[in-house]
Design a protein around this ligand. Structure first.
Ligand code: PEP
Ligand code: MG
Length: 610
């Protein structure tokens, strides 16, 4: 195992204080405290010299802050100016300096120690203040003290980021002067132990339009400089040393965020109804409960996919039934959601928590994962099922089984559901009276037997990420194969059509929760295919709703019909791209520019006439 592989993954919950998603290398901003020594002065005659040293550090700190202030004044970031003024006032405050001088002379201690005692004194006073805002202002004194300590130690005033390239700054907290002295062109985001929406890191990061999460507790103890980090300033999640699959998911989120601008937000709360009155229900996919508020603001009518396996990240043990229940409770208690689809663990293969019985598989994507793993680890599965039944008593829940490849699997899962239901009833637990059961259609075998599967479940949810992987034999994590991963491949379109037809023939609903659902380029194709529900990365919802509201099923069916006449994926893409660009020029022109900028979406194949 390489050291890269052995790094532990953590998912930390904080407060998103500046929106946006960023993925990059961590730079741990080392608090100076650990490098400071506190000692008693050897002779009383050293006291005046020590006081002089303190006063010099005070003057030096003031001079630096005024320099930073000037620098900021000339830059576009002017919001933190008033905070720096406060810091200068503290430096000039006679009570602050007299107290420190008194400690040096009466206790015969060095200036560093005396400054620390002054800070402790103010901390005590502030802790007793009832008003949270005023209580938090102790951080201003803390920043000033840090600066004085830095000057006492002769620390360089320019904070140099030691690793090359762009970095995400990880710190306990940062003062505006700290950030002003960083090479900000290298900083792409922030994550801090303390602070909230009004903390200085928050103010500065919003001013600089950099994603930031504060109030993470102990991120500085978990991250080392150079570690890979994801900062999601929308949901407040920070992921340390993410798995490749998570990086991919967040890269998509980043793209959606970059494309989601205020123009689209007016569509968020509108229904996705076509001009000929076909209503598509639009839901949000989540990995963490913290994403729910943002999903709702962006127009999610329900949660169409809760990827519960993310619960395992950064745990050393298995979640108990109560852990599950409390987590699901947060999902079902969210107001304004029609229902929540809880997908049972898509765990196993390379996604297993580190200290579980981990068997290294040669091909984990086709290994003991998802429903296969759950049916093998029955107790682990039943723990989750019990919690889902109980959550269903509080709010509307649907259950979704991943990676179904045969009828036996769905029957076995249903049997375990019934078993847990009976057990819970016998215990007198409050559970859902009924629960809709869904099968994910993401394995080609499930497409083939969709008519039979439809007899067993209440709904289908098509997972195009895996369906594309398995149908086209493309490892979804393999970057070198991205160019082949094509949801518009005629085979994929035909598969989706078969699944929809089988579902509708059996009078059950069919959803899509793979990434294809959240890309406006495919919206009309999916309308033509008559999907009932589309669940997606919630940042994509407003744009999808906009496209659907301006289209009709009639035209979408014609587009689909034509698309299905082409023999190659390249031809289908060229045709669909051309049609959509002409139909929604503002939308797709921007989209293409974005693709060229990010180089993340394949360039359209073939020549497109405009
Ligand atoms: C899918 O495979 O399309 C899907 C939605 O599930 P996941 O991405 O979690 O595998
Ligand atoms: Mg899947």
């Amino acid at each position: 195992m390489t050291s890269e592989q052995s790094k532990k993954t953590y998912a930390l919950k904080g407060i998103g204080v500046s929106p946006g998603v960023v993925i990059g290398k961590a730079y741990l901003f080392d608090p100076l405290d650990s490098q400071i020594s506190f000692y008693k002065l050897k002779r009383a005659s050293s006291i005046p010299k020590e006081i002089q040293r303190f006063k010099k550090a005070l003057k030096e700190s003031e001079k630096q802050l005024l320099e930073v202030r000037d620098k900021l004044k000339k830059s576009r970031v002017t919001e933190p100016l008033y905070i720096i003024d406060v810091h200068v006032l503290i430096l000039k405050d006679k009570k602050f300096s007299n107290r420190t001088v008194k400690y040096i002379s009466r206790l015969g201690i060095n200036a560093e120690w005396a400054v620390r005692l002054t800070l402790d004194h103010y901390k005590q006073i502030f802790e007793g203040v009832g008003d949270a805002y005023i209580r938090d202002r102790i951080s201003d004194i803390q920043y000033v003290v840090q600066r004085i300590l830095r000057n006492l130690s002769g620390e360089k005033k320019e904070i140099v980021l030691e690793i090359g390239g762009e970095v995400i700054v990880i710190a306990s907290d940062l003062s505006p002067a700290d950030t002003a002295q960083m090479k900000m062109d290298k900083v792409i985001g922030f994550a801090t132990d303390i602070g909230g929406r009004t903390s200085h890191t928050a103010i500065v990061s919003r001013a600089m339009e950099l994603p930031a999460v504060a109030g993470l507790g102990n991120i500085t103890h978990l991250v080392k400089t150079g570690d890979e980090v994801i900062v999601d300033g929308i949901s407040g999640m920070v992921i340390v040393n993410p798995y490749p699959e998570m990086i991919k998911r967040y890269e998509e989120k980043k793209l959606h965020y970059a494309a989601a601008d205020d123009v689209y937000m007016k569509y968020a709360k509108l229904p996705a109804v076509t001009t000929d009155n076909y209503l598509v229900q639009v839901g949000g996919n989540i990995e963490f409960v913290e994403e729910i508020p943002s999903a709702i603001t962006h127009g999610a009518e329900y949660i169409g996919l809760y990827r519960t396996e993310f619960m395992y990240i950064s745990r050393h043990d298995l979640p108990s039934e109560e852990d599950h229940f409390n987590n699901y409770l947060q999902v079902v208690s969210a107001k304004d959601l029609l229902w929540s689809t809880i997908r049972t663990f898509d765990l196993g293969g390379d996604k297993l928590a580190p200290d579980q019985k981990h068997v290294k598989e040669l091909n984990p994507q086709m290994g003991l994962r998802a429903i296969r793993f759950c049916l093998k680890e029955v107790e682990l599965f039943k723990t989750q099922l019990r919690a889902i039944w109980r959550a269903g008593a509080v709010g509307k829940v649907k259950i979704l089984f991943p990676m179904i490849s045969g009828i036996e699997e769905i029957r076995e899962a249903k049997k375990l559901m019934e078993e847990t239901r009976q057990e819970l009833l016998a215990q007198g637990a409050k559970i859902a009276a009924k629960m809709e059961i869904g099968a994910m259609i993401e394995v080609p075998a499930a497409v083939e037997i969709a008519d039979q599967l439809a007899q067993e479940v209440d709904f289908f949810s098509i997972g195009t990420n895996d369906l594309t992987q398995y149908a086209l034999a493309i490892d979804r994590a393999n970057e070198r194969l991205t160019y082949l991963s094509e949801p518009l491949h005629p085979a994929i379109l035909r598969m989706i059509k078969r699944v929809v037809d089988a579902a509708h023939h059996a009078h059950i609903r069919v959803a899509m929760c793979g990434e294809m659902a959240g890309d406006p380029l495919y919206a009309l194709i999916l309308l033509g295919l008559q999907l009932d529900e589309l669940s997606m990365n919630h940042l994509a919802i407003p744009r999808i709703k906009r496209v659907i509201r301006e289209a009709s099923v009639k035209e979408s069916k014609l587009l689909l019909e034509k698309a299905l006449t082409f023999n190659t994926a390249t031809e289908v893409r060229a045709y669909v791209q051309d049609y959509m660009t002409k139909r929604f020029p503002d939308e797709f022109q921007k989209e293409e520019d974005q693709a060229l900028l990010t180089n993340n979406r394949k360039k359209p194949a073939g020549k497109i006439n405009r």
